[in-house]
Ligand binder design. Structure first.
Ligand SMILES: CC(C)(COP(=O)(O)OP(=O)(O)OC[C@H]1O[C@@H](n2cnc3c(N)ncnc32)[C@H](O)[C@@H]1OP(=O)(O)O)[C@@H](O)C(=O)NCCC(=O)NCCS
Length: 175
């Protein structure tokens, strides 16, 4: 079986239906950590992901694709907490070899589906102020910047707070 670090490139423009979203299991840890280490300036430890597998309100959902007709390989993940009527997105990443092919979009579509399916009114997240790519992805899903957390990250970078108001979104959809 291919590991995340030996993946070949996806064929161009995979249909989003080719991307499967399934919950993480402990056996997926190496693939998730590989993507995390390649994606974050301050990567989370494996222990943090494993702890979230034990919390009822925490979710780590994986995007998997079949590369070259082989078994499904993890190419991205979304880590979020679902508490009362809010979803908080803690972490989102796509393996660098597979970016700009719709995987982040598919994970965000899934997050919105989970939130609406659980009658949530809000999705919130923090994103690095300089991370324009992720901000563009979030804006394309209707998120708006609502504030700033000064020196939020361990290296001193500010965080932009972004939210998606699902009630407002639903009201627009029925107009
Ligand atoms: C942010 C991230 C998850 C996006 O994943 P992805 O699979 O490449 O996302 P998609 O292919 O679905 O991109 C959808 C849209 O988002 C925007 N976007 C994504 N990455 C972008 C970038 N680097 N620069 C500008 N816009 C970007 C574009 O509008 C893109 O549409 P397009 O490709 O048609 O122009 C990925 O770049 C990543 O893992 N980054 C490192 C980790 C990170 O920053 N996570 C966010 C933490 S808050």
């Amino acid at each position: 079986m291919l590991t995340s670090s030996t993946q070949t490139w996806l064929r161009p423009d995979p249909a989003t239906s080719d991307i499967e979203i399934t919950p993480m299991a402990s056996g997926d840890l190496d693939a998730v950590i590989d993507i995390e280490n390649r994606s974050s300036p301050a990567p989370w430890s494996g222990q943090l992901f494993l702890e979230d597998l034990t919390r009822k309100w925490a979710h780590v959902d994986l995007a998997r694709v079949a590369l070259d007709g082989s078994s499904l390989v993890v190419v991205g993940f979304a880590n979020y907490w679902l508490v009362h009527d809010e979803v908080h997105l803690l972490n989102l990443a796509t393996h660098p070899n597979h970016r700009r092919r719709g995987i982040g979009t598919r994970l965000m579509d899934h997050l919105v589906d989970v939130a609406t399916g659980n009658d949530c009114r809000l999705i919130t997240l923090e994103v690095r102020r300089a991370n324009e790519g992720a901000q563009a992805l979030y804006r394309s899903h209707g998120f708006e910047a609502v504030g700033m957390r000064s020196r939020y990250y361990s290296d001193g970078e500010d965080a932009l707070v972004m939210t998606l108001d699902l009630n407002a979104r639903a009201a627009v959809a029925v107009r």
